[in-house]
Design a protein around this ligand. Structure first.
Ligand SMILES: Cc1cc2nc3c(=O)[nH]c(=O)nc-3n(C[C@H](O)[C@H](O)[C@H](O)COP(=O)(O)OP(=O)(O)OC[C@H]3O[C@@H](n4cnc5c(N)ncnc54)[C@H](O)[C@@H]3O)c2cc1C
Length: 312
């Protein structure tokens, strides 16, 4: 008989775990204070790219598994996933192409380098349009029998109803309190949404300054910032800096700003935590948090590891 599994968190990690488990026939419910568009996940750019998450020997296999799954999802227009050329640039010197990128057929850029940069490489990468993808995951989860309970803020994981035998912790930065994990650090990120533009590829530079321009179906995401801060309110000065830098690099007139978004990347100094544990009442607990700037990039790889842990 299917076991009752509770997931805490309805961002990309919780929803992806929900789909992976419900489609294996488990009875799964998600409890969360915020769901989908209200979460940090909704603020993400969200292109497939390993960034601001540790340690690389663990995250790259998860990232590559996610890459394959998102590539398959790109065949379904309802998913909001598409494949886009990602151009990654360096401000100085010759950029080193990481091994994982070479495995994905990355190519060195020669003539297509904007004046602001010195070198770069390109690869085809999945882009998940969060305005579509998070709702797609929620629909797919419900379609497999899953239930979502929004507005459920938990002070501790033991508050999950005792009828659930296994609890999966996908609380993002909220895991600091729920798992008493002082290793988690909020890496605040701010982006500006500007009108859709004629940009056939994504531009990324790790900086400093961190800069990216990600064209989506209905708009374009300009970024970004990355600092240790809890402040989830948008800073107009940061938006102005982002728009200035992106317009300079892309050599375009400054576009209007449609909206600003802020999210706290759940960075964990000792690495992404996908691990078995136990609640104080003896129930099984599996953690899946601490994905930093790579929550989408790692989502399917981590969710499948979680699913295997529940089966073992
Ligand atoms: C500006 C920005 C750009 C980004 N760009 C990218 C990108 O291009 N590619 C990429 O892969 N990643 C990117 N990221 C990172 C990515 O957004 C995160 O890694 C990801 O959203 C983390 O997802 P999550 O589901 O673990 O956490 P969240 O999305 O934060 O979800 C946490 C969930 O837990 C719930 N919760 C928390 N505490 C409690 C509690 N006590 N009780 C009940 N519920 C609780 C919340 O309500 C929420 O539902 C970006 C992030 C930012 C901020």
């Amino acid at each position: 008989m299917a076991r009752a599994i509770a997931i805490v968190g309805a961002g990309v990690s919780g929803l992806t775990c929900g789909v992976a488990l419900a489609e294996r026939g488990e009875r799964v419910s998600i409890f969360a204070s915020d769901v989908g568009q209200q979460t940090t996940s909704a603020a993400a750019a969200a292109i497939w790219y390993p960034y601001d998450a540790e340690p690389s020997d663990r995250i790259i296999p998860w990232a590559l598994e996610t890459f394959r799954t998102l590539n398959d999802l790109a065949d379904d227009p309802a998913s909001g996933v598409s494949i886009l050329e990602l151009r990654h640039f360096s401000l100085t010197g010759e950029i080193e192409i990481p091994e994982w990128a070479l495995a994905l057929k990355a190519r060195r850029l020669n003539s297509e380098i904007p004046a602001a940069f010195s070198s770069g490489f390109a690869l085809g990468a999945p882009l998940t349009d969060t305005t579509i993808y998070l709702d797609y995951l929620a629909r797919r989860f419900r379609g497999a029998g899953g239930r979502i309970h929004p507005g459920q803020r938990l002070a501790k994981l033991e508050e999950v109803d005792p009828t659930f035998e296994i609890i999966i912790n996908c609380a993002g930065i909220g895991a600091r309190e729920l798992a008493h994990d002082s290793d988690l650090e909020p890496h605040r990120g701010q982006v500006a949404l500007v009108p859709k533009m004629d940009l056939p590829y994504a531009v990324v530079c790790d900086g400093p300054p961190l800069m990216y321009a990600i064209p989506r179906s209905g708009d374009c995401v300009f970024g970004g910032t990355n600092e240790v801060s809890e402040d989830a309110t948008a800073d107009p000065a940061a938006t102005a800096r982002i728009v200035d830098e992106c317009s300079r690099v892309l050599d375009i007139d400054k576009p209007d700003v449609l909206a600003e978004r802020v999210g706290l990347r759940p960075f964990r100094r000792s690495g992404v935590r996908v691990e078995r544990a136990q609640l104080s009442d003896g129930r099984s607990l599996i953690h899946d948090y601490g994905h930093g700037g790579s929550g989408f990039t790692l989502s399917w790889g981590c969710a499948r590891t979680v699913a295997e842990m529940t089966a073992a």
